[in-house]
Design a protein around this ligand. Structure first.
Ligand code: BTN
Length: 236
């Protein structure tokens, strides 16, 4: 379903999911007036400058732990297939080119009145430099900014949806190792880098080493290995 303007594609997809829409329903907007990012941030969504897409999923239990990791892999693969760019992943699933963020994913779980679970998987890809505010120009990038040529949004969308379907299929069929291996290759630039997060007793620091089978980030600290399962982390 394509809309010229929505508050947030995730909101409409969630409302449709609650009303029982079929799995695989895709909601796309040319612009969002209240696009949302992770950790309560907003996602700048000016008209025609990016891809703003949400998918309704009804994953079986075995596919849930690695759903967002798999989505990160798929978006990176879709971008590569459509444009030739080779983005990297930063845990949990931010898509980067070098030190600049190109795309992000927001997965939100919910349930219908009858109790059926669903996940709305939203992704935003900067296509034009106008997709992000000037204030973050040092840390953000876009497909056309990287490539120096125009990019067909339809092709990027089609390749991302195809890659999402393939990676979701891997998870549904019980092949998480394939997804994790692909993730490790895409996230290689991040391993060995210093990472900081807020623990219960203040800021913590360590070196990112790996991702385990549940999708947690494995970090080496002075006290040994720790697993980070969610929350905000800062890379340095
Ligand atoms: C992030 O990196 O913080 C996640 C950004 C997710 C943005 C997308 S755009 C389509 C969908 N609708 C939203 O409101 N957010 C997601």
């Amino acid at each position: 379903m394509w809309y010229s303007e929505l508050s947030s594609t995730n909101d409409l997809a969630a409302a449709l999911a609650e009303r029982g829409v079929r799995e695989g329903c895709v909601v796309i907007a040319d612009t969002q007036t209240a696009g949302r990012g992770r950790q309560g941030r907003s996602w700048c969504s000016p008209p025609g400058a990016g891809l703003y897409v949400s998918l309704v999923m009804r994953p079986p239990a075995r596919a849930i732990p690695l759903l967002t990791v798999g989505a990160g892999v798929a978006i990176a693969e879709g971008i590569r297939a459509a444009t030739g760019l080779t983005p990297a992943l930063k845990w949990p699933n931010d898509v980067y080119v070098g030190s600049r963020k190109l795309a992000g994913i927001l997965a939100e779980a919910g349930s219908t009145a009858g109790g059926a679970q669903h996940v709305v998987l939203g992704f935003g890809i900067n296509v034009l430099p106008a997709a992000y505010p000037r204030e973050i120009a040092e840390t953000a990038t876009s497909l056309e900014g990287e490539l120096g040529r125009s990019v067909d949004r339809g092709t990027v969308l089609a390749e991302c949806l195809a890659a999402l379907a393939a990676r979701y299929d891997d998870l549904q069929r019980g092949r998480p190792a394939i997804v994790l291996d692909a993730w490790r290759v895409l996230a290689r630039p991040m391993f060995g880098r210093s990472v900081e997060w807020d623990g219960r007793e203040g800021a913590r620091r360590g070196i990112a080493e790996d991702v385990d089978d549940s999708g947690a980030l494995v970090v080496r600290t002075e006290g040994g290995l720790e697993r980070l399962i969610s929350g905000e982390i800062r890379w340095s």
